[in-house]
Ligand binder design. Structure first.
Ligand code: 5GP
Ligand code: MN
Length: 342
């Protein structure tokens, strides 16, 4: 039996022996966090098991249409109810992260809970804070991994359209609609099966990618025209947005999604960063092409993490100081000449 099959069997046992299952995704959930959480929920639901769902904070607008999204409890909107959900759970399954600080304010309560804890994830450098970890960094997305885990539990007969849609959204968002990320032939074989459940590709594309306000498009214009700094000597470009910029364009959660990728289209640029000024901290996103590890960079300098080519973090300082610090560390830690420009 492979290592994975052993873990899946273990999960299967835990699911069978639990009466109160709670699924939790990471803070600032992206399409894969919500996709994997909802896919798992739908799998259990069609098996006749009613699980609870929780996110540490709100969903971005482009994910709210998803089947079952309205059932996700938001910790920061109803702390009392969510603490009770955590307290009452005898099994907590966590999706698309592997560091407990990605639980936001709910971290302490989850760590203190006596529930059995499981992580299903595809990020690097897992922290060991659970009873069972099903990890595979070679997957395009946690959603792809969920499909495989469900299949391994002989769950194919419980797959149906809402499950397929959730898997599909997780895969397309974590690969930027197949522009980047670790997708493979296997990813497409899974997608082929998901299409057989009646995936409406154009409808979903419109809901995920053509669902923004005109203000968001103008904010993107500002970001590219006035807030982008290109440092060819470091093969690096970054974009910053101030709180005033966000306010001017009526910023809504999710509006800056994808901005960090844009400067990667400049010839010779292999490392990009996005700085978004928040209340009391700066939200950071990093992307790279080739071997330069933004996971290492985020971990080393900003207490963050993620994948080889996509990572993020928070920095508790002003925007000005954060950018100054970034530029300082960049002087020694940047994609060197030997890096392939692929
Ligand atoms: P994004 O830039 O799209 O917010 O995140 C890129 C990747 O980095 C995602 O896989 C996300 O889960 C991860 N990530 C984002 N922010 C953080 C963070 O603060 N800590 C860690 N460990 N990972 C992060
Ligand atoms: Mn993911």
């Amino acid at each position: 039996m492979t290592e994975r099959a052993k873990y899946t069997k273990e999960l299967s046992k835990l699911l069978f022996h639990s009466t109160n299952i709670l699924g939790i995704c990471h803070i600032n959930p992206d399409g894969d966090a919500i996709g994997s959480l909802l896919a798992f929920y739908h799998y259990l639901y069609s098996k006749g098991i009613k699980a609870g769902m929780m996110s540490p904070n709100n969903l971005q607008e482009f994910l709210k249409w998803m089947d079952g999204a309205e059932m996700i409890n938001i910790y920061v909107n109803d702390r009392k109810k969510c603490r009770k959900l955590i307290q009452d759970a005898d099994l907590i399954v966590m999706f698309d992260f592997n560091h407990s600080d990605r639980l936001g304010e709910a971290e302490k309560f989850v760590l203190d809970s006596k529930a059995k804890k499981v992580i299903i994830d595809h990020h690097l450098d897992a922290q060991d804070f659970v009873d069972l970890s099903i990890l595979d960094i070679s997957k395009s997305s946690t959603s792809e991994l969920i499909y495989e885990v469900v299949q391994e539990m002989n769950g194919e007969k419980y797959m149906y359209k809402p499950f397929a849609e959730a898997i599909y959204v997780g895969i397309i968002t974590d690969t930027g609609n197949f522009e980047h990320g670790a997708y493979s032939g296997n990813t497409f074989r899974i997608l082929a099966e998901m299409f057989d459940f009646g995936i409406e590709r154009d409808r979903i594309f419109n809901l995920v990618y053509n669902n923004f306000s005109s203000d968001r498009l103008r904010l993107r214009g500002l970001a590219l025209d006035n807030r982008m700094v290109v440092l060819p000597e470091y093969k690096t470009a970054y974009i910053y947005l101030t709180k005033a910029d966000l306010a001017q364009y009526n910023y809504k959660k999710g509006d800056t999604e994808g901005f960090v990728n844009m400067p990667l289209s400049i010839k010779g640029i292999v490392f990009t960063a996005l700085f978004v000024e928040k209340e009391g901290f700066v939200k950071l996103s990093f992307r790279s092409k080739g071997r330069f590890s933004v996971n290492d960079f985020a971990k080393k300098h900003f207490n963050g993490g993620g994948h080889l080519n996509a990572a993020g973090g928070d920095h508790y300082d002003t925007l000005e100081n954060t950018i100054e610090y970034f530029r300082k560390v960049l002087m020694t830690d940047y994609p060197k000449e030997s890096e392939p420009d692929k």
